[in-house]
Ligand binder design. Sequence first.
Ligand code: GLA
Length: 386
Amino acid sequence: MSGKKINEVFENTDGFINFSAPGRINIIGEHTDYNNGYVLPAAINRNINLAIRKNNLNSLRSYSQEFPGVHIHKYPLKEIYSKDGWVKYLKAVLFTLQKEINFRDFPGLDVYVSGDIPVGAGLSSSAALEVVFLFALNKLFNLQLEPIKMAFLAQEAENDFVGVKCGIMDQFISIMGKENNAIFIDIRTMSYQYIPLNLKDYIFVLIDTSVSHSLANSEYNNRRQECEEGLKVLQNCLDPHLKSLSEVGLKDINHFKDRFSSNVYKRVVYIAEENLRVQQMVNALEKGLFRQVGQLLYSSHNGLKYLYEVSCPELDLIVDYLKTSEGVVGARMMGGGFGGCVLALLTKNNVDKIFTLIKEKYNIVFQKYPQLYPVTITSGIAMKKN
Ligand code: GLA
């Protein structure tokens, strides 16, 4: 990273305390969180690190290694402007605390951010930043916020102030992740269960298309809206008390097929199928049925490509190529879509060989190279041993 070190940014480093929160993979259950469905994420060995201290300057001074330049915001903080760049996430968290717990009487802050979660790769660097900042403020001002409460506050910051209507998955996993485990979450009840990942000779890797998912935010909000339309149709036809798409099975959806517009029908079918796949994936992982794990990954990709329509040619090329390669259990696009990463489960011995071949093939078609990130499953910020 090109930015300055902390001691090159601030006059001294007295009193800084450090925190870090991880990014995530999602094994399966994409776009199901905001439909009150099931998800299966895991925290990974890539983090956003944040050093923080109080200053007596009545202002927020912040610096990110990734986006060099000191930002100084005098109190009282004004609304979020586009020139705020990444600092919008800090402001969003502060505004949320102001709104929810009347947190306003805080002294100035110095904040220094670094890390190794690639931005725009769909690994939830923004959720990790919101989460790490909340944890830091919680500690610094003894706010006594519970971990899960902080997940919801971080989501609210993103929904209400950043303007992305994301679900709760990313913030939750960055807090509650556990080493070598995924978490099966039922978003409707927020009950969750750790699922040990005994991957034997296999390893999850991420192949980053290097296509930043910039289109994602507006399309993401569109998908959410289409799901809401789908829910309205089902409330009219089936039951006015329905609260989410995830309460409805394929049989009912198909019964009322002609009541949906064709796009909304595809979205609704995808959600029902993806929820089933999450449950099947938990069973397959628990029993070590890796063939089935692979099939579920591929069929999730197909759903995201043809029904939810959030894939892109770069993601599809990688998945299609992996399908025909030796040593691949399965693969799918991961996260919001329109770029970012493919998640693949590979035989450990074959990773280098497979990646070398993909790289060349990808470069011929797209004149650039993808990146490879081997994945280790780690603990979330609330679950770290220290
Ligand atoms: C983004 C959102 C999540 C989730 C995924 C898609 O990462 O932040 O809440 O909806 O997309 O599964």
